[in-house]
Design a protein around this ligand. Structure first.
Ligand code: ADP
Length: 404
């Protein structure tokens, strides 16, 4: 009986064991499946998070690059890829990928010290990271490198932001040039006035009326020049400061504008014996714009033609005709012309053709064509120039017939 009981007990124990083992196996395979599903989900989440991060970083306008502690690139956003064009970036050392050592410098210093580094890099067109795509002349970049806070036990990652500041750099340059040029232009007549003043006061020239009158006449001429420069600078600044919106736009007959200009220049035209042709197929042609600025545009262009060609036999043509939704206006002359090397610079402030003003005393301020260009642009138009010296120098304006 005891044996039966012990057999029964043993069988029961075995059965229990088998059940336990079976249960254990099924629960193990269940937890394995769960583990796999969990792992899959985790990987999916991780991928989604990474994709989301990349999407966000790709949306940045600035180039953004992640670099490991060996200076190898681990991530480059879309702007960075576009910046470096066809060059491979991923898994390449920064110094190799960036090519120009000036671009890599901030990052390498940051890697060496662990401190954030910002630097401004100005590169000529030829060495721009944009390669052949660059056509803006000098270009400027701000490189900002800083280490990210590291995950525990992970190796340090450094981020680099490369911001294109070429437009700001160029504006700054234009402003600097303007101030330098304006000071230079004003200094010359001021120095002359001061010189004559000294002579008058310190050398008692004032007692010699003949001499004093001569000195004062010269001084007045230079004072006039100063006020002319300041006047022109104010017009430019008004046109550039957005006051263009305050243009007094109204319809007016362009023919009346031409008439005004020719009246104002009548004595010069007669003195030079210049021939003027007005080509205006429709004398009633109306354009919408600020008559004051249009008169100034036309005046500056015709005056330039006369000023640059004081000899006899000059022929100037002023024309205006409709061209679809636009109006074409031109002023051309058959004078000395503009050397082709100078044509791209002709609308810059204070620019004068060297050859012209070495031949004769400086008559203009060098601001006339800047005013012309800005006034036309404020009216939504464009101006271009072509020149075949001695044959035809033509300023051609295209402007919408009516604005908005
Ligand atoms: P300025 O006040 O000296 O006339 P502008 O800006 O009006 O300045 O003109 C710039 C330069 O362009 C002039 O100094 C002159 O050298 C040249 N220029 C302009 N118009 C003509 C033209 N019709 N023929 C020859 N040269 C011209």
């Amino acid at each position: 009986m005891i044996t039966e009981i012990s057999i029964f007990a043993t069988v029961a124990a075995l059965a229990a064991l088998v059940i336990l083992a079976l249960r254990h196996r099924s629960s193990r395979s269940q937890s394995e499946a769960e583990l796999n599903a969990w792992k899959l989900r985790l990987e999916l989440d991780l991928k989604q998070a990474r994709d989301e991060r990349n999407r966000l970083l790709d949306a940045l306008g600035d180039a953004f690059v992640l670099v490991d502690s060996d200076a190898n690139i681990r991530f480059a956003n879309e702007a960075a890829r576009a910046l470096f064009g066809a060059r491979e970036l991923l898994n390449r050392p920064v110094s190799e990928a960036f090519l120009d050592p000036r671009l890599a410098d901030a990052l390498l210093r940051c890697l060496a010290t662990g401190e954030p580094v910002q630097s401004r890099v100005v590169l000529p067109q030829q060495t721009s990271p944009r390669g052949d795509l660059e056509n803006r002349g000098v270009n400027a970049w701000i490189i900002d490198a800083a280490q990210l806070s590291n995950p525990p036990g992970g190796s340090p990652t450094t981020r680099v932001i490369i911001r294109d500041v070429t437009a700001e750099h160029q504006l700054e340059q234009v402003r600097k040039d303007f101030v330098a040029n304006a000071s230079h232009e004003l200094r010359t007549p001021l120095a002359i006035i001061n010189g004559y003043l000294e002579n008058l006061l310190d050398n008692d020239m004032i007692e010699e009326p003949e001499m004093a009158r001569r000195f004062l006449t010269i001084m007045r001429k230079h004072a006039d020049r100063i006020s002319h420069i300041v006047e022109d600078m104010l017009v430019i600044s008004r046109l550039e400061s957005g006051e263009a919106n305050a243009l007094k736009i109204e319809p007016f007959r362009f023919g009346s504008c031409i008439k005004d200009v020719l009246e104002r220049l009548e004595s010069v035209i007669q003195n030079q014996n210049a021939a003027i042709t007005v080509t205006l197929p429709d004398p009633e042609l109306v354009i919408h714009g600020d008559r004051f600025y249009w008169t100034q545009v036309l005046f500056n262009l015709v005056e330039n033609a006369l000023k640059q060609n004081p000899h006899n036999g000059l022929h100037v043509e002023i024309g205006c005709e409709p061209a679809g939704e636009a109006v074409r206006i031109w002023v051309s002359d058959n004078g000395v012309g503009i050397p082709s090397a100078d044509l791209p610079h002709i609308f810059r402030r204070f620019f004068r053709v060297e050859k012209h003003h070495s031949q004769q005393e400086i008559k203009g301020t060098g601001l006339g064509l800047s005013i012309v260009k800005r006034a036309i642009e404020a009216h939504g138009g464009t101006i271009g120039v072509t020149s075949v010296p001695g044959r035809e120098t033509k300023f051609l304006i295209t402007v919408p017939k009516a604005r908005g």
